[in-house]
Design a protein around this ligand. Structure first.
Ligand code: ADP
Length: 663
């Protein structure tokens, strides 16, 4: 059980150890991808790599994925730069990438493209141009502030500056890379900077400092198990010790470098090591060992077709044999030396030529870049102009809309104010009409009862002697009734006036409408008798309704008065009331003059006051029916008339039944 736990624990620790370093360092995948092209290739052949790049390009174009297209162009360009050394082709691809990046503003990718173009120039020894593009990459990266890309740019700047002989600048570049080591956390970058610094110090003759830098670089390369570069560091340290005349240490370092190179089967590297060791022995006058090593160096150089190392081997071997006094051999090797030297120089010339050719190609591409950038600039300017135009139009449209809205709002406000004024005008007109009506009604409705009072009083004055005491008593009582009626009427009018000013509430009460008709019949009987008109009430029993009593009384009285007024002598007026469809319908029927349809249409309307004289020349105001309509409607009822000219009229009005009985 305990053992099992221990195994699990160990497994977890191992797992953590595997995961942790990976998880701790979040390197920019784009930088790693870019750096990958400059590292030793194993496995994939150039053809395969190029085919892969072209496939990627095709796929990206098919789905119109622009960032992927740029990446594929870069991939193809970098393969040409690092493997086929076809700088024209590689520039071509970089230009295509640059064009897309420019038009789509893919700034983060563009830094890599500038860096790659700088590499091309560096490889064809055009260090000025290379520096120019590195500067561009630097400016671009400044905005993004990617430290890994910055380190990459600075390493290359350092190398270019060193090649241009600007040692101070190169120092600054590599030191800057070292200052970034905490943020970048890339041992190979740090080791590279230290290694280059080692060379710069060597150039300046500061061997101790050079040694220090090389050793630092070596220890980093060892820690990351970068064998090939470890051997390079050891070799350069060996050479440094040789310059410092510390042959023992020089030999020790060269031997270790050689061992690594042999394990790696790095034949050109081994040739270099053998030659350096040979040279070391030669300088110490250990000629046998020198020759043995130099011959091994020559073999390795031949195997790997490394002409430079072969030349070194021949040169040192010739010197060794010369020192040994074996002049024939010395001469023989010297001959080989010259031959290969010519070959190398020939190659160098060829390389020089191809460099010139490449330069020519590059200048051509460069003009294309400039042309392209000009086009882009023009496009950008045009775009900016369009944008400005759009913004301006937007502002103008916005202003127009704003003004329109403001105008509309003020119009709406004006309209509301206008409507308010109109409404107030209407109310004023109505109030004015109401006031007129009020005065007319007072005169109209007061006249009726006062007429009957004067007929009573003249009867009493003219016939006092001929009248018996009983008759006088009867007339006095009728006189009293008329006065009371007049009083009630005045009260009515006052109430109505209050209703018009909104001060009266039509509070309904329950009362007997049949009784009300009977009372009015009795009140107006004398008036009817004067015209020999028979006034009959058809009703037999009580009929309760729910309404404002005083206003309904005014309606009844008006309608009976009208009937008397427009009925000639010997006529008949019938009062009746009945229940119909849940409401009460009262009617006043006369055998009077009747009305034409034209007259009927004008009734009940204040805007077309219609009035005719009665059959006994009675005057009117044309307001009685308007008052009736208003009061009936205020009580929730309707009023209407049916009439035939020369035959008579029937005035109807409805009222609500007493609440308890209605439901
Ligand atoms: P007024 O009777 O004071 O003229 P009303 O409003 O009461 O005012 O009546 C308006 C008009 O309607 C009368 O002038 C008359 O022409 C007509 N009218 C009213 N009642 C009758 C009726 N019972 N028979 C015939 N015409 C009538």
């Amino acid at each position: 059980m305990f053992l099992q736990k221990k195994i699990i624990l160990t497994f977890l620790v191992v797992l953590m150890a595997c995961i942790f370093p990976v998880a701790a360092q979040h390197h920019d995948p784009d930088v790693s991808w870019y750096e990958g092209f400059f590292q030793e290739k194993s496995g994939t052949s150039i053809e395969k790599a190029l085919e892969q790049g072209k496939n990627n390009l095709m796929k990206a174009r098919e789905i119109n994925d622009m960032p992927a297209t740029v990446k594929a162009f870069m991939e193809i360009g970098l393969i040409h730069l690092t493997r086929t050394y076809d700088y024209g082709q590689s520039m071509d691809s970089f230009i295509q990438a640059l064009a897309i990046e420019d038009s789509l503003d893919l700034r983060d990718r563009q830094a890599f493209t500038y860096l790659a173009i700088a590499h091309v120039y560096q490889d064809v020894s055009d260090y000025d141009k290379s520096a120019e593009f590195l500067e561009k990459a630097l400016n671009l990266n400044e905005m993004r502030g990617n430290p890994e890309v910055l380190a990459l740019i600075l390493i290359n700047m350092g190398k270019v500056n060193a090649s241009k002989g600007r040692i101070e600048d190169a120092f600054e570049n590599f030191n800057k890379v070292l200052s970034l080591k905490e943020t970048v956390q890339k041992p190979n970058v740090e080791a590279d900077a230290l290694f280059n610094l080692g060379h710069l110090y060597t150039l300046q003759g500061q061997y101790d400092e050079a040694l220090r830098q090389h050793k630092l670089s070596l220890s980093i390369r060892r820690s990351v198990d970068d064998k090939k570069n470890e051997a390079r560091s050891l070799n350069d340290i060996g050479e440094l010790y040789k310059m410092m005349k510390n042959y023992e240490k020089a030999l020790a370092n060269h031997v270790v470098a050689l061992e690594i190179r042999q394990v790696l089967r790095d034949r050109p590297g081994a040739a270099e090591s053998f030659n350096n060791i040979g040279d070391l022995y030669y300088q110490q006058r250990n000629l046998t060992r020198a020759i043995a090593n130099l011959e091994l160096g020559l073999d390795a150089a031949r195997e790997s077709d490394d002409q430079h190392q072969m030349r070194t081997s021949y040169e040192y071997l010739s010197a060794c044999y010369e020192a040994l006094g074996e002049y024939k051999k010395a001469l023989e090797y010297k001959g080989h030396f010259f031959a290969i030297n010519d070959l190398i120089h020939g190659d160098e010339n060829e390389q020089q030529l191809s460099r010139t050719q490449n330069r020519y190609e590059i200048v051509k591409k460069e003009t294309q870049i400039a042309q392209h950038q000009k086009e882009l600039e023009d496009q950008k300017n045009f775009r900016n102009f369009l944008f400005l135009l759009l913004v301006l139009s937007g502002i103008i449209v916005g202003l127009i809309i704003y003004l329109y809205v403001i105008q509309k709002r003020s119009n709406a406000r004006l309209k509301i104010a206008h409507e308010k004024v109109n409404q107030q005008n209407l109310e004023l007109q109505e109030l004015n009409a109401t006031k007129d009506k009020f005065f007319s009604i007072i005169s109209h409705d007061l006249k009726g009862p006062l007429n009957s009072l004067t007929s009573f009083s003249s009867l009493l004055i003219n016939h006092t002697d001929s009248l018996s005491k009983e008759e006088i008593k009867m007339f006095a009582s009728d006189f009293d009734k008329s006065l009371k009626n007049l009083f009630a009427l005045l009260e009515n009018l006052l109430e109505w006036s209050r209703s018009q000013t909104g001060n009266i509430e039509f509070i309904p009460e329950t009362f007997d409408i049949a009784a009300m008709l009977e009372e009015n019949k009795e009140l107006l009987k004398a008036q009817a008798q004067n015209k020999k008109i028979t006034l009959v009430n058809d009703n037999t029993g009580p009929l309760l309704i729910n309404a404002h009593k005083n206003s309904i009384n005014t309606v009844v009285r008006n309608l009976i008065s009208n009937a008397i007024k427009f009925t000639p002598e010997e006529g008949r007026i019938t009062l009746s009331v009945l229940k119909q469809n849940g409401e009460v319908v009262a009617s006043i029927t006369d055998t009077g003059v009747g009305m034409s349809q034209n007259v009927i249409d004008k009734l009940f309307r204040i805007d077309s006051k219609h009035s005719t004289k009665g059959t006994a020349n009675e005057k009117g105001t044309g307001l009685g029916l308007i008052l009736c309509k208003e009061f009936v409607e205020k009580n929730g009822g309707r009023i209407w008339v049916t009439s035939r000219e020369g035959e008579g009229s029937v005035f109807y009005f409805t009222l609500l039944q007493e609440t308890s009985k209605a439901f």
